[in-house]
Design a protein around this ligand. Structure first.
Ligand code: ADP
Ligand code: ZN
Length: 218
């Protein structure tokens, strides 16, 4: 039962890779970003307060985020592993997580800023099944429709240039220090660099799997 964290700047492909690793490793994926987007849709008061942060590219407060994580971890069948996509994002969150689960490895995605900006501005997501596309290099057959389920594709409201810049800034300031946190704790790292916009997800996924195998985690 493997417990992983996938870590990287916005637009580094965390969600894309996590959804593919899910099948290969037979684990559950918990994406706090996806969960928050669902919460926003419900229009509850908690959803509304989450919206305030997400739409500005700011982090949702730690306590709210940790409660959401705990609830979702509790739903995972006993004995099944998981990948956390988008959690933790602060040292506080990492410490809270440590109290309830022991992470086996951190998958660290290293991606230059120019790729992030290009990817996010051309990202499209299926409203129905959540599949992630890119109009430049991970093109759906039709720009408006999901290949997998025929659902409509949309652009995330926080994928605008202004909010993207804010998200990168928040990542540098609040999330990068987490790498030191995991290094200090001697949690093993699988580091994967992506230096080309056109690298297909499969290539990166294989590199991640090879790294996990070396650690006897895949
Ligand atoms: P990305 O990594 O591409 O920025 P995500 O879907 O992971 O996108 O997150 C979208 C937004 O959801 C973040 O900008 C933030 O507002 C919120 N969010 C997601 N995960 C967390 C977290 N662990 N802590 C605080 N806020 C979070
Ligand atoms: Zn779909």
């Amino acid at each position: 039962m493997v417990k992983l964290v996938i870590f990287g700047p916005p637009g580094s492909g965390k969600g894309t890779y996590a959804s593919r690793l899910k099948e290969r490793l037979n684990v559950e994926v918990i994406s706090t970003g996806d969960i928050f987007r669902e919460m926003i849709k419900t229009g509850t008061s908690l959803g509304e307060s989450v919206r305030e942060y997400v739409e500005k590219g700011l982090l949702v407060p730690d306590e709210i985020t940790f409660n959401v994580l705990k609830e979702n971890l509790a739903k995972i069948p006993k004995g099944k592993g998981f990948i956390l996509d988008g959690y933790p994002r602060t040292v506080w969150q990492a410490q809270a997580l440590d109290r309830i689960a022991k992470i086996d490895a951190v998958i660290h995605l290293i991606v230059p800023d120019w790729i992030i900006v290009k990817r996010l501005s051309s990202r499209r997501i299926c409203q129905n099944c959540g599949a992630i596309y890119n109009l430049l290099f991970l093109k759906p057959k039709n720009d408006m429709i999901c290949d997998k389920c025929g659902g409509p594709l949309y652009q995330r409201s926080d994928d605008t240039p202004e909010v993207v810049r804010k998200r990168i800034e928040v990542y540098e300031k609040q999330t990068q220090p987490l790498l030191a946190y995991y290094r200090d704790k001697n949690v093993p790292f699988v580091e994967v660099k992506c230096e080309k916009l056109e690298t297909p997800p499969e290539v990166i996924v294989e590199e991640i799997l090879a790294g996990l195998k070396k650690l006897n985690l895949a």
